[in-house]
Design a protein around this ligand. Structure first.
Ligand code: NFS
Length: 656
């Protein structure tokens, strides 16, 4: 693939400028490395290479080919593909759930006074969680309740039997399905270990049983680890409310010390934001000739601190190296997940110091400053101090900050949507459900996940979301997909006037929301589950998730975490449309199972559709089928013809 094929006029101009600059400076980025690899392994892509044991690797052939179709041990193509897929689910679940564990441990430390600087920011949410988890709170201090809630959440990881606590939030039908299929998650760690055992050589060889085993670990993530991460982060750092901010590389400042927080767990980023506004640190920055200290985010850490603090987002996954190529970043802090080792190579060409902070993630070519909750404030000040000192090394002749940034409104949560839609005194999901029942809104689509160097940057997200809006489908977003659409201006309330079909536009105008709701980071996909639950509870549009006019999509996914998320969505009853297939196409049986038969088992299934218009058609047809089954009235308006929504096609426009 040549590089031109991964940009188009729709790619945000800041990235295009920085990609050109990287080329001029001889800095390799993800696109160069992808192109250098050339054709990638087709056997791996089809899911028919088994590396589970060292009798292999067993590189199988497709039926009809000259290569054998069974491995040394006799594992068939179906077994091999299903084992690979189950391990992907377990790995993705492990990552997000381990994040949840860190948050639960932080809450425990904060409650015990062992994490100075951290406290309880949302007491009502803590108390509601205590009630839900059966923690008695009579006569107990807030700290004592927090301690017991944290312990109860930590118990979910090691639990051996029954069901993890938050699965009781799901509709009865989903819970029944999970029990019937034997996929009710018993304990978060247990299900990950179960998959690693089950997929070991000589254990499970049945493709359906393997996929279901993987799905149990995915459910343990969605209704367990990720849900714990989201809820306890809200308790510790505050439950987000709608907030205005800016997104794209133009949020870097020429006159300020620029610090990027990149990764996933918000504990350190929160401390950095505090340290960066400390008068003493600002004084040090001014002594270096800087006007300010500017913190901005990359990837899901960015989404976390955007939602709660209005901290600007510099970019998503694909932009992490491009931010460094600006030559204007003094420090990039990294913790865990989605950090390309390539950032260290890019930083070596500039003055940027990349500071790794997690005991789990060491990167050659970076400085390691270990972070712990006990000493977070000192560590944060040390890191900000390093960045301030590094400002003197910025080469003004090589610094080039693209001037593109965009307004966004973020901070929509299960709770804040209630208030946004129904008002402070009469909060609720009634207006949303009524909008769907009345045929103004066709349904809701969650468009989530990563962006990939294999496709034109941003485009898959923008085209799909625009097509959904045109069809009066309300969109909720998380992760890097939300950042892609944010850069293009789709997270502004005005986007409803520019791009939404008439019915959706009426609702957005009446309530004052963007047609695309930014719901947070990827662990916050758990919020989408609780939003669906609120829609069910409000009534009139389905008694369980599989009856709701709701679907999910991940146009640019590539992460194991995305596979886990996709499977917990499917296991929860949702159609999930992926922009590229899972690596299973070598097995007809596994493909048939996850894209077809699964619907009869959980009510949900996958579809693979790279073309955004066709994907939107598929989602709209699915929502229409759900509407018909519910006997809802026909849609009030026909979608306007393609290209004839009132607004311009969103090429990112710089904020004035
Ligand atoms: Ni999600 Fe967040 Fe982005 Fe993909 Fe990575 S940042 S956890 S995995 S790339 S959306």
């Amino acid at each position: 693939m040549n590089e031109l094929e991964t940009t188009s006029p729709r790619t945000d101009p800041a990235s295009t400028a920085m990609r050109a600059r990287a080329k001029a400076e001889g800095v390799d980025t993800i696109w160069d490395r992808y192109a250098a690899l050339g054709t990638q392994c087709k056997v791996g892509e089809l899911g028919i290479c088994c590396t589970v044991c060292h009798l292999g690797p067993c590189n199988l052939g497709l039926p009809g080919s000259k290569r054998p179709q069974v491995g040394v041990c006799g594992a068939t193509i179906d077994t091999v593909a299903a084992r690979r897929l189950a391990r992907d689910m377990a790995a993705g679940s492990a990552a997000h759930s381990d994040h949840g564990r860190s948050v639960a441990r932080l809450l425990l430390q904060a409650a015990r006074g062992e994490a100075p600087g951290y406290g309880i920011a949302d007491e009502p949410k803590l108390m509601a969680l205590a009630d839900e988890l059966g923690v008695a709170r009579d006569g107990k201090s807030v700290e004592k309740v927090a301690e017991e809630v944290a312990l109860r959440c930590l118990d979910q990881f090691g639990q051996q039997e029954d069901a993890i606590a938050f699965t009781s939030r799901a509709p009865a039908k989903q819970q029944d399905d999970w029990r019937r299929l034997g996929i009710m998650p018993r304990g978060i760690d247990r299900e990950v270990v179960d998959v690693m055992h089950r997929t070991n050589m000589g254990v499970d060889a049945d493709h359906t049983s393997l996929v279901l085993g993987g799905m149990r670990s995915a459910l343990a993530d969605g209704w367990g680890g990720s849900m714990i991460a989201t809820d306890l982060q809200d308790v510790l750092f505050g439950t987000p409310k709608p907030i205005r901010a800016k997104v794209n590389l133009g949020v870097l400042r020429d006159d300020a010390v620029n610090i990027l927080v990149h990764g996933h767990e918000p504990a350190l980023a929160e401390a950095i934001v505090d340290a960066a506004t400390d008068p003493e640190m600002l004084e040090q920055a001014r002594a270096q000739g800087a006007a300010d200290i500017n913190v901005a985010g990359i990837c899901c850490t960015a989404n976390e601190v955007l939602m709660r603090r209005g901290v600007p987002i510099a970019g998503n996954f694909l932009q992490q190296e491009l931010a460094i190529v600006s030559g204007a970043v003094e420090a990039m802090l990294i913790d865990v997940q989605c950090i390309m080792p390539g950032v260290a190579q890019a930083a070596a060409c500039f003055h940027t110091e990349v500071i790794a902070t997690s005991e789990q993630a060491h990167f050659p070519g970076t400085v390691h400053v270990p972070f712990s909750a006990e000493t977070a404030q000192e560590t944060a000040r040390e890191i900000v101090g390093r960045a301030v000192a590094n400002y003197a090394h910025r080469d003004r002749n090589r610094a080039m900050i693209p001037d593109h940034q965009m307004d966004v409104v973020a901070g929509f949560t299960t709770e804040s949507i209630t208030r946004t839609l129904g008002g402070t005194y009469r909060g609720g999901y009634r207006p949303l459900n009524d909008g769907i029942i009345a045929g103004r809104i066709r349904g809701v689509a969650a468009v989530v996940g990563c962006d990939t160097p294999k496709r034109i940057q941003d485009e898959g997200h923008l085209d799909l979301v625009l097509e959904l809006l045109r069809r009066d489908i309300l969109v909720a977003q998380t992760g890097c997909s939300a950042i892609a659409c944010g850069k293009a201006g789709l997270l502004r309330p005005e986007a409803a006037l520019e791009h939404a079909g008439p019915g959706l536009r009426e609702i957005c105008e009446a309530v004052g929301i963007p047609p695309v709701l930014h719901v947070g980071s990827c662990v916050d996909n758990s919020r989408l589950l609780t939003v669906c639950m609120e829609m069910v509870k409000e009534g009139g549009i389905g008694r369980d998730f599989s009856e709701l006019p709701v679907a999910a999509a991940a146009p640019g996914w590539w992460s194991e975490k995305a596979i886990a998320i996709g499977f917990y969505a499917v296991a929860s009853g949702l159609l999930t449309v992926l922009g590229s297939p899972l690596n299973i196409l070598g097995s007809e049986a596994v493909t048939r199972l996850v894209t077809g038969e699964m619907e009869g088992m959980t009510g949900g299934r996958f579809a693979f559709e790279p073309d955004p218009v066709a994907a939107a058609d598929l989602i709209a047809a699915h929502l229409d089928r759900k509407r018909e089954a519910l006997k809802l009235r026909p849609m009030l308006y026909e979608p306007p013809p393609i290209g004839e929504t009132p607004g311009p096609i969103p090429v990112a426009v710089p904020v004035a």
